[in-house]
Structures are given as C-alpha cells and as structure tokens.
Design a protein around this ligand. Structure first.
Ligand code: MRU
Length: 346
C-alpha cells in the first residue's frame, strides 16, 4: 500500500488525516487518548475496522498515564478511558469490539506487575492492527471468487484501506480481483454528505491504477437500468444476527435499486462487525451528525441559512436484499441467521 492508515510509531499513534484527502496527504501524531477520541469523532480516521484499531491504540496511549497501586484502581481508570472512546461514534460495532478486547486483555493479566500492563496493552493494539490487515486480505481472496472477469462494480462510501488497517473490505475484494488479473472497473458513489466515495475511494483506487469512475449518488439507479453496472460491493458498520446490515447512508437505496435491476449486492466485512446481540437491524443505533455536513460543502454554504436538516450517517439494509456476505472465513448466502452463527462458532 502506498499509504498507512494508522500505525504505532515511536511511542505515538500516527494517522493519515482523512479530513484533508485528497487535496493533502498529511499524517497527524497523537500522544494521548483524548486526542485520539477527538480524531475518531472528527473523522480524521473513519470506517468501522479502522475506528476499532484507533480506539485500541488510543486506550494503549491512555494506559501509559495511569497511576495506580492496585489492579482495581488501575482497571477503574482504564474503564474511564474506554468509556471516553465508546462515546465517539455509536454505529460501528468494531469500536465496542476493540474496547472489550482491550479490557479483557487487562483482566487476563491482572496478576502481572502494573507497570507492565501498558506494554501488554500496546502489543494487543498493534496485534489488532496486524490482524485486521490479514483479515482484509482473506476477505479479498474469498470475495474475488464472486467477481467475474470484466465486471463493473459499484461501491458506496469508502470501505478501503483507509477504512481498515489497510487493503480494505469492499475495496479488498476489488483489489484482489484486480490482482488476479481480472479486467474490472469500478463506479464510486460520491457518498454525500461527507463524500467518502469522491474524496477517498476515488483517491485510493486511482493510486493503485484500478479503473474508477465517479458518479453522484443519484446516478446509480439509472446506470443500473442501462445495464452499465454488473454487481455492487459495500462494507458494513454492524451486521445483526439475521444479516441486516448497517452501513453508510445511501447503502439501502443502492441495495433496493440493485434488487429492482437484478444485480447482485454483496456486503464485505470481518466477523468482528457481526453483532450477535442484535436479533435484527431495528435496534442498531444510527449516528446523527452535524447539520453543517449537509448545508455546507468544504465550508461553502449550499443551502439557505437556518434550514431544517436531517443527517443520519447510516442506514440499515434488510438481509433479504443481500446476495452474500463476504467475510475472512468465507462467503455466506441464504439463511443468514444460521450462517452467521456458524461463522462465529468456527
Ligand atoms: O462514517 P464512516 O466514513 O465511518 O462510514 C464508513 C462506512 O460506512 C464503511 O462502509 C464501513 O465502516 C465499512 S469500512 C470497511
């Protein structure tokens, strides 16, 4: 990869600043957990798996400053750090998954000397990052099998290297198919209001020389109808136990249009995105973001001042619209309730 989304370097957390792409490729350094939490909230880093990695690294940064004389007081302070991380973004379940994993590691090492715990937590955060990269590559390998030579693929938002430790989920499938020598082309939805498709997916694919055509979100249906799109692949922020999938706002519309036009619609995600505590998608918390993201484009107003705005950042696609879910453990189709359970137990 020609960029690094996030890494632990020289006792700091370094992230590419996604608010400034594609105009500038700037790397920010973080020394404390509060600024990492702010970076997640402010979308310097975004995308469910990348948010999980950032939270873990933020917790590891915070752990360095804990002063305690017993594991109980240590753990109480660690929990406070975890709570600050948990308040950043509500929809991506990978955030909560990573927080729980860091807490479990602390508990599992409660007998160790307290001054060694921050090293253990740092190693765990780095491991989460390394595992995520390997998982994305496995998703790519499995997903490439459902991509035909010559395929024209629509993707929404950015589920790429920038949204993960690298390589990506939906874009991992696209990368792997491209690396297999398949002659594929990509349509990237611009993804209003935050423009992840225009700013990030287009940037990432162009950097790799994968043919990409940018479209405004409202063009996808018409291009499907004209036969110009052969399949859709998107990422996920949270997948309920029955396969209902929360992803970037507009994903549901793409899925419905794909069904109407008899086009396969795939979700690519690691199993850490499964939320087996949710029976279906109805209870998935949907983040509402600031109205300014809708009323302004790059700081320029595009709506009358004072207009009422809604800005849900995600929607939920019912599982019946999903042709398959591509995971690091294989591609599942059909009876999602049973298949998801099987993968979790695998
Ligand atoms: O608001 P964002 O940019 O964090 O939303 C990102 C998405 O919706 C992605 O599709 C999802 O997190 C999967 S990333 C591999």
């Amino acid at each position: 990869m020609s960029f690094r989304t996030i890494e632990w370097r020289d006792n700091k957390v370094v992230m590419i600043d996604q608010t400034r792409l594609p105009a500038e490729e700037v790397y920010n350094e973080y020394n404390d957990f509060k600024s990492v939490a702010e970076a997640i909230r402010g979308m310097v880093i975004r995308g469910a798996p990348a948010i999980g990695v950032a939270a873990a690294m933020g917790i590891a940064l915070g752990a360095r400053d804990i002063i305690a004389d017993s594991f109980e007081t240590y753990y109480r302070q660690l929990t406070n750090i975890c709570e600050a991380m948990a308040k950043t973004r509500p929809t991506a379940v990978n955030l909560f998954w990573a927080i729980e994993r860091m807490k479990r590691v602390a508990q599992a090492n409660r007998e160790k000397r307290l001054d060694t715990l921050c090293d253990i937590l740092r190693e765990e955060a780095i491991l989460i990052e390394e595992e995520d990269l390997a998982i994305c590559k496995a998703i790519g390998r499995h997903g490439a099998r459902v991509v035909q030579d010559g395929a024209v693929i629509l993707t929404h938002c950015n589920a790429g290297g920038l949204a993960t430790a690298g390589y990506g989920t939906a874009l991992g499938v696209i990368r792997a198919a491209h690396d297999d020598g398949k002659n594929i082309r990509v349509f990237a939805d611009e993804t209003r209001p935050w423009l992840q498709g225009a700013r990030l997916t287009a940037w990432e694919l162009m950097k790799e020389g994968i043919p990409v055509t940018l479209i405004a979100d409202n063009m996808a249906g018409w291009l499907m109808k004209k036969g110009e799109i052969g399949m859709c692949v998107v990422g996920a922020d949270r997948i309920a136990a029955n396969g209902d999938t929360a992803n970037k706002i507009g994903t549901y519309s793409v899925a419905v249009l794909a069904r109407e036009n008899k086009i396969p619609f795939y979700v690519a995600a690691p199993t850490s995105t499964f939320d087996m505590t949710m029976e279906n998608g109805d209870a998935i918390p949907i983040e509402e973001r600031h109205s300014r993201e809708v009323t302004h484009l790059q700081g320029v107003p595009v709506a009358p001042e004072g207009v009422c705005v809604r800005n849900p950042a995600f929607d939920v696609t019912p599982h019946r619209y999903i042709t398959g879910i591509i995971t690091e453990k294989g591609v599942i189709t059909g009876d999602y309730a049973r298949q998801l359970r099987r993968l979790v137990d695998k």
